[in-house]
Design a protein around this ligand. Structure first.
Ligand code: MNH
Length: 451
């Protein structure tokens, strides 16, 4: 497990038990935040172990720079990814690098993320945002920012990606069972093997529910064969691979649908939640964003072409993704025997988790690295620092395919929400949940319509 690493040079968490190793000190509810706090104590690289399990965790700028070298390292689709295969199989996210269906789906689906495609998603995204605003205008009680953002982002990916209405803003206004199943399944995938065994039956139930939802999405499209939306689902069902002339196999389409649902809603919900938190706790930044909207936009809400002109808002998004990157970690595996950070030897097949949030708090960001300061994303500051210390969307050929989709929809949502509402945020210390991605779980907001 850690056999490929030269352990002599790598520190581990304090108080390690001879038999249970780090398990008694681990946090199975908020594992990633525990890893973050260990990283602040232990430095750029450390290892953690539990019976039958071991992992190297990287967060230092120099170590990560090596791990991002595509000549020597590549995405590792094992560990948590492997555990998630029953749900997303050889879909884009969990596919191994050498699986034929990765290349096939990458080529087939890339056009669905082009600028032209994004322009087609603009209207359905706007519809989602408008629906959400109307829904928020009806709220009389303080709302939970995390779960509300999830309703919005699930509506966006459903509507813009699949022409499907999850009904997240309906009168019942509860959480969609699909979301619960997804979060549970994601949590399951990072549990140690013995705990997974105990919960196997639950897991299978969640997988059945997820599959049922996918069937409903496909059925609805089959009932509307003249659907001319040319959305993500349409690309999955009909796009032809320019290299082989093939379309995606049916089973793979199902995996892709779930993949894009998982990858698409929680990450964007996370981004929107934390951005709202930062905006409404930094009046000067909020004012700058509103000022910009007043100057740049012709109408009330941005058109497709206006979205990229909202530069101040974009810096808020970039800085939010730095401080709370929605996906806590991604994995890199050595393609050859090599060294990272100058001293840590790793043999071919050795892997490490890159702890994105810790990398984003590295000393390379300067003395104010723990502060929310969107101006650090002004072009001159960006140019003056190394690119490898900012990786919210991962790295290399397996980097996020949906980043423009996410940024576009988050910009639309945040621009409209800051225009329409004042939010009075709750003041208790922030608590962040981890259902595969970070999301605030105790942040509430009292909504006031702006005049
Ligand atoms: Mn997304 C891969 C972060 C939004 C679809 N995404 C990744 C990876 C990260 C990531 C990190 C790389 C993981 C790895 O190396 O193992 N993604 C994000 C973040 C947001 C996001 C922070 C929003 C903010 N992602 C989206 C959206 C979609 C999407 C929206 C779809 C509509 N992401 C994907 C897919 C992959 C991916 C698909 C896998 C790409 C591949 O391996 O080919």
């Amino acid at each position: 497990m850690l056999d490929e690493w030269n352990m002599g040079t790598i520190p581990h968490p304090p108080g390690r038990d001879p038999e249970l190793l780090d398990a008694p000190n681990s946090d199975f509810v908020k594992p990633m935040q525990k890893l973050f706090s260990w990283s602040q104590e232990l430095g750029p690289i450390f290892e953690t172990q539990a019976p039958g399990f071991g992992m190297v965790v990287a967060s230092g700028s120099d170590v990560c720079k090596d791990l991002f070298d595509d000549g020597r390292f590549e995405k590792f689709a094992g560990f948590g990814m492997e555990a998630f295969r029953p749900i997303t199989g050889d879909g884009l996210f969990t596919a191994r690098n050498d699986e034929e269906n990765w290349g096939l789906a990458h080529r087939v689906l890339l056009p669905a993320f082009s600028k032209e495609a994004l322009a087609r998603y603009h209207e359905p995204m706007r519809e989602s945002v408008e629906k959400f605003i109307a829904y928020w205008h009806e709220q009389r009680q303080p709302v939970d920012v995390g779960s509300e953002s999830t309703k919005l982002s699930l509506d966006i990916i459903g509507r813009a990606g699949f022409g499907y209405d999850f009904g997240t803003m309906g009168p019942e206004a509860g959480r969609h069972p699909y979301v619960d199943a997804m979060v549970e399944a994601l949590m399951f995938s990072v549990l140690p093997p013995d705990l997974q065994e105990q919960r196997r039956a639950d897991f299978e139930g969640w997988v059945r529910l997820l599959n049922k939802t996918v069937d409903a999405v496909i059925e609805e499209r089959k009932d509307n064969p003249h659907h001319e939306q040319r959305d993500l689902l349409d690309a999955m069902l009909r796009n032809v691979d320019p290299e082989t002339g093939r379309t995606l196999p049916e089973e793979n389409v199902r995996y892709q649908i779930t993949t894009f649902m998982v990858a698409g809603y929680g990450t964007t919900a996370s981004l929107i939640s934390f951005a709202l938190m930062y905006l409404y706790s930094h009046p000067d930044v909020l004012e700058e964003v509103r000022q910009e909207a007043a100057e740049v936009l012709e109408g009330q809400h941005p058109t497709f072409a206006e979205v990229p002109k909202l530069r101040a808002l974009r810096r808020v998004i970039d800085e939010t993704l730095r401080l709370w990157p929605p996906t806590p970690a991604f994995l890199r595996v050595a393609k050859e025997d090599t060294t990272v950070g100058g001293v840590h030897q790793v043999a071919e097949g050795g892997w490490a988790a890159v702890l994105t949030r810790a990398l984003h708090h590295d000393e390379a960001w300067g003395p104010d690295r723990h502060e929310f300061r969107p101006s650090r994303f002004l072009p001159d500051e960006v140019k003056a620092r190394p690119a490898h210390i900012y990786k919210p969307f991962g790295t290399g050929p397996r980097m996020c395919i949906g980043r423009q989709f996410a940024i576009h929809s988050a910009t639309l949502a945040l621009s409209a929400l800051t225009t329409e509402f004042d939010l009075q945020l709750s003041e208790e210390p922030l608590s962040v949940a981890e259902g595969g991605f970070f999301i605030p779980d105790n942040l509430t907001a009292t909504l006031t319509r702006r005049s």
